[in-house]
Design a protein around this ligand. Sequence first.
Ligand code: GTP
Ligand code: MG
Length: 554
Amino acid sequence: MAQNKSNSGLCTLDLLHPRANSSFSSTTTTPAAVPPSSPSSPTPSTHRTPLMIRTPSLYSQDDPITAALKPSPSETEHERAVRLASEAEAKRISEQIDDDLREERERLKRRKGDVKLLLLGQAESGKSTLQKQFQLMYNPNSLNQERASWTTVIYFNVVHSLKHILAILENWDDSLDGVESPGDDSNQSHSSRRGGFGGNDSGSPSPSPMDVSPSPIRLEPRDGGAVQIANLRRRLSPLIATDEQLADRLSGGITVSGSGKGSVFVRSGWQSRTVESALGRIRKRPSSEDERYAREGADEQQDPLVKEIGRMLQLCENDIQELWNHPTVKGLMAKRKLKLDEWSEFFLRHIHRVAAPEYIPSTDDILHARIQTMGVAEHTFDVNLHGKNVTWHLFDVGGARGQRHTWVPYFDDANAIIFVAPVSAFDQYLEEDPRTNRIDDSLQLFTQICSNALLKNVHLVLFLNKTDLLRAKLDRGLRVKKYITSFGDRSNDYETVVQYFRAHFLQVHRKNNENRRVLYTHFTSVVDTKATQRIIGNVRDSIFRGYLQSAALV
Ligand SMILES: Nc1nc2c(ncn2[C@@H]2O[C@H](COP(=O)(O)OP(=O)(O)OP(=O)(O)O)[C@@H](O)[C@H]2O)c(=O)[nH]1
Ligand SMILES: [Mg+2]
């Protein structure tokens, strides 16, 4: 559920309480509300002449509020009926508020013993992917329930990637003959700072199962290649045109500025809202049929839009394969003139499966799917350790610069933070600020977290993430020195590079560590379920030890 802390704190609730009671209960005329110390207080039958039978008391005409709310002496029967009805409604609301407050107080009391864990880090660092790993580990049923709704995201990722490829190709139509040499990386200095990504920067380490069928036609570079791409563009255009509808479906019509890639931000709970919004557009099915769909986890398939795009993908699969395997596309990628995000490459490589009829995303697909988090999303699950059941609240935040102000209200009662920094991003720049190198931004952000007074006692864990993509980039020959000059002439191998980045984060921590707290560091690839779940187990144990000590439970 998306949280708005400023509206759910004790302070707000305490202010509401007395107002609700004072307004309503002092004016009610039902016998239950008559104060016991006021035997002569009005009953419904005496309401017409209240002044005559009321004795001066705390509850009577001395009280200006009571006086102001007093029925008029000339009140008609009809007016009286209306007034009584509205008083009854007011009482009902007042009682409902009391019930809500009682429930909220209970919830807060229960929450006191809970563990609150924040996932922090820049956009695309892997926070939501890590959250999915927690979900898989502690609440796998919930991931199954929302499995079908990920189809919309994955279709969006595919359509958006195709749109991006065709947009880049548009600018290269005139010079197709210059890009026929995949592997030629001589022109890297021309690479834009728009934030291209590892997947394709690093190239596919091995040909994908889907890459086996080469483009059926080998055309002359200039004219033939251009004609072939023009034909593909024409045939794919109805599919590409669904990009905005899909974005709209996912975001619920909310657009967030500052996302240059035209990506979509979603608030937590989007999974059920996407389904609801789809259901609202179609005729209600008989309940038995509904159950069957729910059982099969195929609710999302009821969405006519998603269904239609599934059908289009099926029809376009060969065209997508042809575009993806086109020598021009491969050449532009090799020259880093076309930069695709890691998820784009992942889903294009698996297009045969994604475009299949009745496609349901696998767990691996869900881990690779990309959708930006807006605000703060809370996920709750129970963790049993040494026979003790403790509720954990995981707060997954939006990492883009425009989202970071939403983190602060969660700082004051956090027990632990996992800070996620993508070490593969040494050659990438912020989408929000193309002048800022991503590693640099992560270090700045980590400095702010380490030095924040509200967080000085919080258990701190650092995930140096996307190590798989870092390894692939280095294997492909990308040089760290080119992007981070301070790296100097160190060896460009994986071990040297990760230790170099780690040392920088440790230094930030050391310089901002008055409380001498420990920093737990892990090298991670959070799309790797087995390795990540082992690390989550370690993190859970270390957080739990600190939690038990601070809660004086041992
Ligand atoms: N290969 C690989 N991909 C990763 C890894 N971690 C995350 N990704 C992918 O990177 C993309 C972005 O990850 P998210 O978890 O959505 O990033 P985020 O930090 O939640 O981003 P915001 O919500 O915008 O703050 C997704 O497509 C993930 O599948 C990793 O370790 N390796
Ligand atoms: Mg996220």
